[in-house]
Structure formats: C-alpha cells, structure tokens
Design a protein around this ligand. Structure first.
Ligand SMILES: [Zn+2]
Length: 360
C-alpha cells in the first residue's frame, strides 16, 4: 500500500550524488528545474483562490535555475549560503532532467496565482507524485534550515552530496602522529569532520484490536469529534514492537501481545516534519479486552472501544471536510495512514480470510 507523500517518481541517485561533478552537471544543464521552498517548508505553486468548498487543483511551480536566481536569490540571498549552491538541494532525476529544491528566505510571491503554501493545504489538490516530490523538497529544506551548525564543534556546516549530507568543515590537513613516527599508520586526522544526514524520526501508529473491536482515541486539540488510532515516537534502543506495547500501555493502560507490520508513511506536516509513521495492527493480550481503559489525560481527551459498524460510520464521515463547529464522529481522512489502518480493520472483520485474528 502506498500512502500520501510516498511514491516520488524521482531517482534520487544516492550513489552518483556523492560525486560533486555529477550534481554540478545538472546544475549547469539548462533543462534542469528547481522548486522554490521557504525556510518553513512552504512550497511555490500555481494556485487558484476559491470561495467554494471545492478544492481547486494546484501545480508545483518549477523554475529554471536562471529564473530562480533572477526571481529569488538576488533579492533574498540566503544568509546561510556559503556557496551559490548551498541553499539548493538536488532532489533527483526524472526523464534525464535534474530536479532541485531551492531555499528562499522571504516570501516574494507577488501574484495571487503564484503562492507559497503549506503541504497540508495541497491535500487532494496536487497529483500524488507531485505531492511526494513536494514533501521531499519541504523536509530537506527544513532540515537544512534547522541544521546549520555542527553539534560537536559549532562550525557552520557545508552542504555535500547535493544537499543530502551536511559536513563539518573543521578538518585540518592530515598531520603526523609523533608517537607513531616509524609506523605505516603515522598519519592522523585532526579536527571534527562530523557528517550529518537528513533526519528521519520513526514513530509507531497502531490499530489496537481484541479481534472484534478496535480502540480509537480523540486528542485534546482535535477539531470536532475526530477519533483516531494511537501513535507515538520510538525511543532510542527500542524496537517497533516494544514502542507499540509501551505507548499503548502508557496511553490507555492495556497490554498488547502480537504486533504485526501493516505499512508505513513519511509524514512532513506539522512541527515534527521528518516522521516515518510505521503502521501496525496489534492484539491485546487475553483478558485485557474486559479491562477498563486508563486514559492518559495529558495526551488524550477520550479513548474507547469501537465496533466495526461504528468505525464504518467514522470512515464515511471522513470524506467530508468538517466545519469548525461540526461534532460529527469521524476518523482521519484518507491522506493519513490512520484512515487505512481503520479501514483494514473493518475489511478484515467482514472478510475472515484476512489475518485479523482473535486475541489468544
Ligand atoms: Zn564539527
């Protein structure tokens, strides 16, 4: 299953991009295209303002590298750029054409039809492949913006591998180690030289079931009566299964046994811009299905068991954009992996051949 933000058609050329000549060739190619991105991750699109509730289609606004320099870089020179290409990330190649994302410090879009917009506002308005590219561009530019200095020595980092690596320049020339003058290993590296790679923050998102019902929860700041599956970040040294069991016990007090992987989704929306949501189906241990849910009030407004019939109503209501005052029960829209975990639960119940088993 391929979720929103996955499925970019670009070949990111992870091996070739280590060669600076390879990336430079595309920077000098007049056919190359660049997508302007603000430091906050907003993307430049050809947009249409609509007063109706219908979402008008949008398109990514690709520029030539010359257009990008002319329109944005002269007026809005990035103060973190150490070289002309430092605020530019090589996203990859499609049909032999290089695709880049370019950091823009100020929103200089002058037209109502040409605007920087958030990724969230592009749901259902961009082609899924374009949305995947927009997500990549947004996360890489935001990562560059929040990773400006070496965490070990404080030096300003330098973009390498077309922006997929940030190196500390604090590496002096190799020097002789006086203790090993007669050794073949007499050369030592001096300085920091730390390398930083793009952030990916793993989080678990899990549908909890007893084999016939599922647990859904609402969060304090959610609009209306939105119920979703539980989720949480994986802690250092923790497996996916351990994270699922810990988060479930912390948030609703139930003990989980079997945990099974379902699918995953990169998620760039919101303050945690580099999440990889690892979707799981998990079964509570035998006897837990009758236990009262101990809802963590700091994290959740409510949590309870839902039947498949109730979940179907939530899925149906997720098709419509709710008004601010709408208290209709719904689950997240189909842009979120949570929607598909809940749908999988409903379809598994109605189709016994799918592996949703009773707890044991
Ligand atoms: Zn350093």
């Amino acid at each position: 299953m391929q979720h929103t933000f996955a499925g970019s058609p670009l070949n990111s050329c992870q091996n070739e991009r280590r060669d600076e000549v390879f990336v430079s060739t595309f920077l000098e190619d007049r056919r190359s295209r660049i997508l302007p991105v603000l430091a906050n991750g907003k993307i430049l699109v050809d947009d249409q303002i609509s007063s109706s509730s219908i979402r008008p289609p949008a398109q990514l606004r690709w520029l030539s590298l010359q257009e990008f320099d002319f329109q944005f870089m002269k007026e809005s020179k990035s103060d973190v750029a150490d070289s002309p290409s430092d605020g530019v990330v090589f996203l990859g190649v499609l049909n032999e054409i290089g695709h880049f994302a370019g950091l823009v410090q100020k929103d200089l879009s002058a037209s109502d039809l040409l605007r920087f917009v958030s990724l969230r506002s592009l749901f259902y308005r961009l082609d899924s492949k374009e949305l995947a590219i927009a997500g990549q561009a947004s996360v890489l530019i935001k990562w560059r913006e929040v990773t400006r200095f070496c965490s070990e020595c404080g030096s300003a980092l330098i973009s390498k591998a077309g922006g997929f690596r940030l190196d500390c320049p604090n590496v002096r020339a190799l020097e002789s180690d006086p203790k090993q003058q007669n050794s073949s290993c007499s050369k030592v590296q001096v300085g920091c030289g730390a390398q930083n790679f793009p952030r990916v923050d793993p989080a678990v998102i899990m549908l909890i079931t007893d084999g016939s019902r599922c647990v859904l929860a609402s969060r304090p700041r959610r609009v209306g009566s939105m119920y979703s599956v539980l989720a949480g970040f994986v802690s250092p040294g923790e497996s996916i299964e351990e994270a699922v069991r810990r988060e479930t016990f912390e948030e609703i007090g139930l003990r989980v046994g079997e945990v099974r992987y379902h699918s995953s989704q990169p998620w760039m929306v919101g303050p945690h811009f580099a999440q990889l949501m690892v979707g799981c189906i998990c079964w509570v241990l035998s006897g837990e299905e009758n236990r009262e849910l101990l809802v963590d009030a700091k994290e959740l407004k409510d949590a309870r068991w839902f039947s498949p019939e109730e979940a179907v109503i939530g899925l149906d209501n997720a098709k419509h954009v709710p008004a601010a005052s709408d208290e209709t029960f719904r689950v997240p829209p189909d842009t979120a992996i949570a929607h598909h975990l809940i749908r999988y639960f409903v379809e598994s119940i109605s189709k016994p051949q799918l592996p949703l088993r009773k707890s044991c």
